[in-house]
Design a protein around this ligand. Structure first.
Ligand code: UD1
Length: 424
């Protein structure tokens, strides 16, 4: 299993970082290609493990995948051998595997899909898919669960209906948006997630002729169409990668120009970084971040659905707040099991106590290097950030988590002055 070896602290972090395409936008867009008979071209794909997994899943379902232009562009064409079986062996490592369920039923009226895997972020409650299943049922999908698989079918086309999600879910919103596109008649989806990645999915579908209209902040109206047209679409930049590099510059007193990302999409995060003292300049598609000499603490960062503070950046902010000059706190409202990295940060000297959903972070930490273990994707990025500001040689193990979602992470960090290498 690969590890990262980081020798810190990084004294001069400076330069430019080019942000990759968004993993969390690309995954549902790739799943949505199952709705097409025509060819689809998708540009700006990040080459990370989750994307490879989704492409393998599409291949196993019979899609023809052809890479163009440096493997960041993919041409996906339906073949005659389209299948509807999403195997556990592929889906087990990735939560987004469940996103093929709705498109398969919408297009082929049947599917046998494995329960998904992915980061273990919810303690004992796992990562439920009840919201996906209940909502698909309303559109006419029937299902049975047998031996870890969802056996689903519909009597012909799905049928439009009104769905009011009882709570906000990114995945369930994507699932239903995709499924309703080919359903008969009108679907109204209320209480949708409105993350930028969801807007990217609806923009992609609209580019292919889907009749989707946002008629409120969290409401969409979809009028079913018979088929989708050929399209070419460029995936948006990665919001969480951008946030991670903004935190890196702030915590390491760095000076970074972070390119290929629209700063308007991460206002909440940037405002918090300004509060801790970072100097931030915004441009049309880039962000200049200069870290402060003294990092100020913040009380009560609370994770929330977009446009709130993203749970996927909470671990990285925890590292930052360990270096602040006072006591801070982070309350996690989305995933109960989001604090696994806190134990590892404690091994580097972090003074963090967790009570229920809130982590109290005592600041003024001088991190001392140690061996630490990644428990999930964002935790692994946080541990790398901690390694960057620790004294000595930090070894981050299980970086396969990081490889699921950060493209070229160590090379991007090397380029801005971080002493990091991958140990095989
Ligand atoms: C997506 C992101 C993930 C991010 C999360 C929240 C992808 C591939 N992953 O995950 O990086 O951290 O959004 O922004 O885009 N829930 C249920 N029942 C369901 C579905 C969800 O109870 O059927 C709960 C979850 O356990 C969680 C909350 O709803 O507590 C939010 O989950 P959701 O928004 O669905 O996250 P994902 O789509 O899995």
């Amino acid at each position: 299993m690969d590890k990262f070896s980081i020798t810190g602290p990084c004294r001069v972090m400076k330069g430019e970082v080019s942000i990759s395409g968004s993993k969390n936008a690309a995954l549902p867009i790739l799943a949505a290609t199952l709705l097409f008979d025509k060819t689809v071209i998708i540009e700006n794909l990040p080459r990370v493990r989750d994307i490879d997994t989704m492409l393998n899943l599409l291949k196993s379902l019979g899609s023809n995948i052809q890479f163009l232009n440096n493997k960041k562009t993919v041409k996906i064409t339906k073949t005659k051998k389209q299948k509807q079986f999403a195997s556990y062996s592929i889906v087990k490592t990735m939560r987004a595997g469940i996103l093929v369920l709705g498109p398969l039923v919408a297009k082929y009226h049947k599917s046998i899909s494995s329960f998904p895997g992915g980061c273990v972020l919810n303690g004992n409650s796992g990562r439920p898919i009840n919201l996906h299943l209940e909502a698909l049922k309303k559109l006419g999908m029937k299902y049975e669960i047998k031996k870890g698989y969802i056996h689903a079918k519909s009597n012909g086309k799905l049928k439009g209906d009104k769905i009011n999600f009882p709570s906000i879910s990114v995945g369930a919103s994507q699932q239903l948006l995709m499924s309703a596109v080919l359903a008969k008649g009108k679907t109204l989806l209320h209480n949708l997630a409105c993350e930028p990645e969801i807007k990217d999915l609806t923009n992609f579908l609209i580019s292919a002729g889907a009749k989707i209209k946002w008629i409120g902040k969290r409401t969409c109206q979809i009028i079913g169409v018979n088929s989708l047209k050929e399209t070419k679409y460029t995936v948006m930049g990665d919001r969480i990668e951008t946030g991670t590099f903004c935190v890196a510059a702030t915590v390491a007193k760095g000076d970074l120009l972070i390119k290929n990302f629209d700063p308007k999409l991460i206002k909440t995060e940037l405002n918090l970084l300004k509060k801790v003292g970072a100097k931030i300049k915004l441009f049309k598609n880039s962000i200049h971040v200069k870290g402060p000499e003294r990092i100020k603490s913040i009380k009560n960062i609370t994770t929330k659905e977009y446009p709130g503070f993203p749970t996927d950046l909470a671990p990285q902010f925890m590292v930052l707040l360990c270096k602040a000059s006072g006591t801070s706190s982070i309350t996690e409202n989305i995933f109960q099991g989001r604090f696994l990295h806190a134990m590892e940060l404690q091994r580097l000297g972090g003074k963090i106590t967790i009570k229920n959903r809130t982590a109290k972070i005592e600041g003024n930490t001088n991190f001392i290097a140690a061996e630490v273990m990644s428990s999930d994707l964002r935790a692994s990025a946080a541990l790398v950030l901690a390694g960057i500001v620790s004294k000595g040689n930090t070894i981050v193990t299980r970086v396969y988590h990081c490889d699921r979602g950060y493209e070229n992470f160590e090379n991007k960090l090397k380029k801005i002055g971080v002493n990091i290498k991958r140990l095989k």
